[in-house]
Design a protein around this ligand. Structure first.
Ligand code: NAD
Length: 455
């Protein structure tokens, strides 16, 4: 099929390249000229495992091209995917990019005689596709839905695993408003054999939000339990959660005594909160939409409140161990919101850096992929970004691991382990155990030793 993808970020680019790899003819459109030029030279502007080589192969096969967004660039498209950003503005979904993309698709539909379906792939609140997008398309095209197809196909890829997730999804949600749209979506995903759910576009929109909201709720619940355990004292929340994981409803027991360990368990550990471009803004957008519709959404509101506070735990716990930090060096390891990505949007690391800088600490920070994005995104923080972190360990009063990049596991090997003697290691992601660092002050979330009174 000839497919136009409007918006060439994490979702649009990965979708475009993967669909091209499965045999479709893809045009990826963006408003950023430098992005378009780089892509046509085979250089992705984002980091995703396997993306660069796949891009090179589809460019070489002549099945992928990037172009500046225009009606002309959409010529011949049977399907148009809208994959632009849907940021949060003052706690509400900002649909301005979706409106611009819809109006562009509508202008294309004005003179289009062969069948074409417009599919929203961006995460949008329920009711956006069948009301707002439909309205923009009809206004610009001068035609009615039915003359063109309209649908919603939410994307579930995870940054860091985006290519793998797109190529081998657990399900594909096909939201359609007209019968022809389901047919077009079935054809688009013909090469995928996973479960495909046919629903209307509102249900498709809500599946995406419900999915993210439940995962975010599990994370905030784990963090709240960790903070309660630390307040009570004498409890290690990791031992607690390991005990919870052993419930066969979370990790079913096989007849041979082995367990199935579902991916949901990774959300049932405490840490410094969820970040990234999706969970925070999606929970916020759903909360606002639910309230507008008259629902209280009390849990969603608490999930966000717990998450906003969680990264501040690091400074509070650290200061109890180190005393004032003014003028002392602290090394922060990890800036991306999770490993294997260069994305720093809503990363807990920003709050940690800001808290430390606010205390007057001299902050050094490292990330193997995301340091440039952090430097660009947070110029106000006055942090020294370092490209080599290992020599900085010996200069720091405290080392704080915020993102669980595998390379930080080197901390427990010589000579770094010896260099940490007499220093503080804050392991916010529980990469290690206390026994790994004899002589160091080892701190984590959800584990405050009990100060027993001598009888
Ligand atoms: N990033 C993820 O992991 C992820 C996962 C699932 C769903 N989503 C959703 O997918 C959507 C896109 O997310 P993303 O992370 O790819 O966003 P992004 O910000 O990385 O990319 C959006 C792209 O759209 C371009 N753009 C903006 N307006 C445009 C226009 N009028 N015409 C053409 N291009 C335009 C921007 O220049 C940018 O390159 C969002 O709704 C997001 O919530 C994201």
């Amino acid at each position: 099929m000839k497919v136009g993808v409007i918006g060439t970020g994490y979702v649009g680019l990965v979708s475009g390249v993967c669909l091209a790899a499965k045999g479709h003819e893809i045009k990826c459109l963006d408003v950023r000229r430098e992005v378009v030029e780089r892509l046509n030279r085979g250089i992705p502007h984002i980091y995703e495992k396997g993306l660069e080589s796949l891009l090179s192969s589809v460019l070489a096969a002549g099945r992928f091209r990037a172009e500046i967004a225009s009606v002309e660039a959409l010529k011949g498209c049977e399907v148009i995917l809208i994959a632009v950003g849907t940021p949060s503005t003052e706690g509400r979904i900002d649909l301005s990019q979706v409106e611009a993309a819809s109006r562009l698709a509508g202008s294309y539909l004005r003179n289009q005689t062969s069948p074409c379906s417009v599919i929203v792939k961006s995460t949008v609140v329920p009711g956006t596709t069948d009301a707002a997008v439909r309205g923009w398309l009809e206004a610009e095209s001068g035609r009615k839905m039915g003359d063109f197809g309209l649908g919603m196909n939410p994307e579930f890829l995870r940054e860091g695993e985006a290519v793998e997730d797109f190529m081998t999804p657990d399900r594909i949600v096909l939201g359609g408003e007209t019968p022809g749209t389901w047919d077009a979506l079935e054809k688009l995903y013909e090469a995928w054999s996973c479960e495909k759910l046919r629903v209307n576009s509102r249900t498709a929109e809500m599946i995406k939000y419900a999915n993210n909201a439940i995962l975010a709720t599990v994370i905030s619940a784990s963090n709240e339990l960790a903070n309660a355990a630390a307040a009570i004292g004498g409890i290690d929340i990791y031992e607690v959660m390991a005990g919870v994981h052993a419930d066969k409803r979370w990790s079913p027991l096989l007849p041979d005594g082995e367990r199935i360990r579902p991916g949901i368990l990774t959300y049932l550990w405490p840490g410094c909160g969820f970040g990234g471009s999706c969970f925070p803004k999606d929970v916020q957008a759903l909360l606002a939409k639910a309230r507008d519709a008259g629902a209280e959404a009390a849990i969603l509101s608490s999930v966000l409140r717990v998450n906003r506070e969680q990264p501040h735990q690091i400074l509070a716990i650290l200061k109890r161990a180190t005393g004032p930090l003014r003028g002392r060096r602290v090394l922060v390891l990890g800036l991306a919101f999770k490993p294997e990505t260069d994305d720093v949007r809503e990363s807990a690391s920003r709050t940690v850096l800001a808290d430390l800088a606010g205390e007057g600490a001299l902050v050094m920070a490292h990330d193997p992929m995301a340091a440039d994005n952090a430097r660009r995104s947070w110029p106000e923080l006055g942090v020294q970004y370092v490209s080599e972190w290992e020599p900085c360990v010996a200069q720091a009063a405290a080392v704080v691991v915020v993102t669980a990049w595998r390379e930080y596991l080197k901390l427990r090997t010589s000579p770094l382990r010896e260099e940490l003697r007499g220093r503080v290691l804050f392991d916010a992601r529980r990469l290690f155990s206390k026994q790994d660092f004899p002589g160091a002050v080892y701190l984590t979330i959800g584990n405050r030793p009990l100060e027993r009174q001598t009888p």
